[in-house]
Design a binder for this molecule. Structure first.
Ligand SMILES: *Cc1c(COP(=O)(O)O)cnc(C)c1O
Length: 428
């Protein structure tokens, strides 16, 4: 396949946009080469500027769980656009999507809509701090909660106690309030809590991690976090920006039957428009302005086009709950197929998967946290990525990303993908 026009468009973009992209991971830095420019998408397929058709396993990094240009979402947006695109005043639509989200997700009474997952997580932490009157938070190495300052903290000696900025621009003052723990390591979390008695406002976690490849929680990990939080007056924040309305109608809280105190959403909840949200029981949500002292706002929050898209998406998922089972079966089928061909070609690998999330790691050891995820062989991943691209299959241009299975993918698409992986892995 040729990607000529994409390369030209990227060269033009680089002149006026830093790195040619509006979000860094799109830039192919981890795999080399130049990004594919998309012209359109429908169902399971992307159509690029060179006229190639690609089977899409990224799906806008998660939102398009029903496939691209899902008709009810597209129609809802078109109809609403005709009535005006933003008012900065309340609309009935906001109450409708809020009521549906509250009905679908366990343990929440109220929800507030924002414009991105980043905003949701940032606001959730502010709310937790205001509610508990404490400053520090615990996050896990390898978990991503958007690009706000508190979350851009990397592990390293000394970081455990003081935090150290890993992006220039994050002040040492901000970094010191973020404590880092190892994913799937409860003892590590308990030690941090012990060393910071009565200072920790919240533990924020991807309850199924998806930003270091797909890493499900070990048995007892989430339950253990719940207990530690309850025992120590700490709020447990589930960042379900990726997993919400994806792994179950009620997300990971429902899947594993573990209640969080605050839940963050994004991606699927917006049906492909820029939407995030955070939610909790009324006692906590009432701390937000205008009812309470914690300030949080947004000119375009609850935007009618975004709410129309999100509502159409949630309604589709709510009325067809069998979808989560279908997605899980497709994922298991793909995982089994990949396992078979990689073994036949003597490739060293580990496959992690749960629900509609799956990742292939080029390392034999179990991948359970950031350190083990980083052990994967990136040279093999690069060949894998570019080989699949030549076959017309688009996976994320980074070994640290999850693939997303959508309802639009057919078993023929999955078989085609498995055959392509067989072919590509013979060239490793
Ligand atoms: C994508 C993601 C975010 C950030 O959401 P944006 O909409 O990109 O700001 C936060 N948390 C998790 C778990 C995510 O996957």
């Amino acid at each position: 396949m040729l990607y000529k026009r994409s390369s030209q468009l990227f060269a033009e973009a680089e002149k006026v946009i830093p790195g040619g992209v509006n979000s860094p991971v799109r830039a192919f830095k981890a795999v080399g080469g130049t990004p594919i420019f998309v012209k359109s998408a429908k169902g399971a397929y992307l159509y690029d500027e060179d006229g190639n058709r690609l089977i899409d396993y990224i799906n806008s990094w998660g939102p398009m769980i029903l496939g691209h240009a899902y008709e009810p979402v597209v129609q809802a947006v078109i109809e609403k656009a005709k009535l005006g695109t933003s008012f900065g005043m309340p609309t009935e639509l906001e109450t409708q999507i809020a009521a549906l989200a509250v009905a679908m997700v366990p343990n929440i009474d109220k929800i507030r809509f924002v414009n991105s997952g980043t905003e949701a997580c940032m606001s959730a932490v502010r709310l937790a701090r205001g509610f508990t009157k404490r400053d520090k938070i615990i996050k896990f190495a390898g978990c991503y909660h958007g690009h706000s300052d508190s979350f851009l903290i990397q592990a390293g000696s000394g970081a455990i106690t003081f935090g150290s900025p890993n992006s220039p621009g994050v002040t040492a003052g901000t970094a010191k309030d973020t404590l880092l723990a190892r994913y799937n390591d409860l003892e590590n979390v308990a030690a941090l809590i012990e060393a910071n008695k009565n200072e920790i406002a919240a533990i924020i976690v991807e309850p199924v991690a998806g930003n270091m490849g797909c890493i499900p929680p070990n048995k007892g990990f989430l339950q253990g976090l719940r207990q530690l939080c309850t025992d120590n007056g700490i709020l447990l924040i589930f960042d379900e920006v990726m997993t919400g309305f994806r792994l179950a109608a009620g997300g990971v809280q429902e899947l594993f039957n573990i209640p969080a105190d605050i839940v963050c959403f994004g991606k699927v909840i917006g049906g492909g428009l820029p939407v995030g949200a955070f939610a909790a029981r009324a006692e906590i949500m009432n701390y937000l302005a205008p009812l309470g002292p914690v300030y949080q706002a947004g000119t375009l929050s609850g935007n009618p086009l975004a709410m129309a898209a999100g509502l159409a998406m949630l309604q589709a998922l709510d009325t067809d709950r069998a979808i989560f089972q279908r997605l899980e079966e497709k994922t298991a089928y793909l995982a089994a197929g990949i396992d078979k061909v990689l073994k036949a070609n003597n490739v060293t690998f580990t496959i992690n998967s749960i629900g509609s999330m799956i990742s292939v790691h080029f390392d034999a050891a179990p991948v359970v946290d950031f350190k083990t995820a980083a052990n994967g062989d990136n040279e093999t991943f690069k060949k894998f990525f570019h080989g699949l691209l030549q076959e017309g299959i688009y996976i994320a241009p980074s070994a640290y990303e999850t693939w997303f299975i959508t309802d639009a993918l057919t078993y023929e698409d999955l078989d085609f993908t498995i055959r392509a992986i067989d072919k590509v892995s013979k060239t490793f």
